[in-house]
Design a protein around this ligand. Structure first.
Ligand code: AKB
Length: 323
């Protein structure tokens, strides 16, 4: 079994992807790392290490000591926090990725998964059913870093033969670890608020429509792309993947079908401007053709599952009616 390194393993995607990797490869073969290791990591079935990806020497040392062959590099700052400290975001998101690529090049690492984002697109990109290959001129530092990252991954693949792959994630909705500092965070917060207090104020407009994906599909996409036969891939590091697309108002209405007295207000802040620069839906034909991408969840099934998961954790302090 190859040893797999996950960076950012305690973040929103890392938490659930690590569990899926345990199931596939055995927990002993999956090394979960993060800049800060939470106390809860003590209960993880596999090995855990502190690892800051901006420290190349430590990265090399950890990969060598564990004979790492596959990396899922998830450590990053998200879009909204990146705008507050752009240079710090660049250091983590771009220099961190470069350190991972350099380590991979000089070691036993054969394959890398690195998530890109819908943030690679900008106001000049066609907004609806955004094509796979189109204008990528983002206006956020997070988006610029993602474009640079896609190009870097392609460069290391072409020049050094590193098998670096990735998808452009839309907003990710999950009931596990919370996202931190993204523009699409409202689509997660709304569920917690709905079951806990019955009321939420979204920081985007009611008609703000963005592409989203539910965590089981998010994990499936990463694993499926990494399983794909290299020869069948024309694209590599920035596959569009589409799962669902809805406005903040439509999401609130869907939650209201389960919690009829849920109240949602809309008070857009500076994150609305970021959302306005992103697509509302994506053409994911390349992912479907090249590695068989097919999402399992839509707005209705995701909402029902999110609410049932949060209820099962007894988060609810509010009267809910099951549909
Ligand atoms: C964010 O909002 O920053 C992320 C993303 C779309 O990449 N969820």
């Amino acid at each position: 079994m190859p040893t797999i390194l996950v960076t950012g393993a305690f973040g929103q995607i890392g938490t659930e992807l690590t569990q899926a990797l345990y199931t596939r490869y055995g927990a002993d073969n999956v090394l979960a790392t993060g800049r800060r290791v939470p106390e809860s990591a003590g209960t993880l079935a596999g090995p855990v290490e502190t690892l800051d990806v901006t420290d190349p020497a430590r990265l090399r040392e950890v990969c060598a000591r564990h004979d790492v062959e596959i990396i899922y590099h998830l450590a990053a700052r998200l879009s909204a926090v990146a705008e507050q400290a752009p240079l710090e975001a660049w250091r983590i998101n771009v220099d961190g990725l470069r350190n991972v690529l350099e380590t991979a090049k000089a070691s036993a690492v054969k394959r890398l998964f690195w998530p890109s984002s819908i943030a690679v697109f900008g106001p000049e990109t066609p907004r609806t059913l955004t094509p796979q290959d189109t204008v990528t001129r983002p206006t956020t530092v997070y988006g610029i870093a993602k474009v640079a990252g896609e190009l870097l991954c392609d460069y290391y693949a072409r020049r050094y033969g590193l098998d670096a792959r990735g998808v452009r994630y839309p907003g990710v909705i999950s009931s596990g670890a919370l996202p931190g500092g993204g523009t699409t965070d409202y689509a997660v917060e709304i569920f917690y608020a709905a079951v806990q207090t019955g009321r939420y104020t979204a920081f985007v407009r009611e008609d703000c429509r963005l592409p989203m994906i539910y965590m089981p599909d998010c994990v499936k996409a990463a694993l499926q792309l990494m399983d794909a036969d290299r020869e069948t891939l024309e694209h590599r590091s920035g596959f569009n993947i589409n799962a669902m697309s809805f406005s903040a108002g439509e999401l609130a209405a869907e939650i209201r079908r389960h919690i009829p007295d849920f109240i949602c207000d809309f008070d857009p802040d500076e994150r609305q401007q970021i959302a306005d620069s992103w697509p509302d839906s994506l053409d994911d034909g390349a992912a479907r053709r090249e590695w068989g991408w097919q999402p399992s969840y839509d707005l209705e099934t995701m909402t029902a599952d999110m609410l049932s998961k949060l209820r099962a954790r007894r988060l609810s302090g509010h009267k809910e009616t099951a549909r």
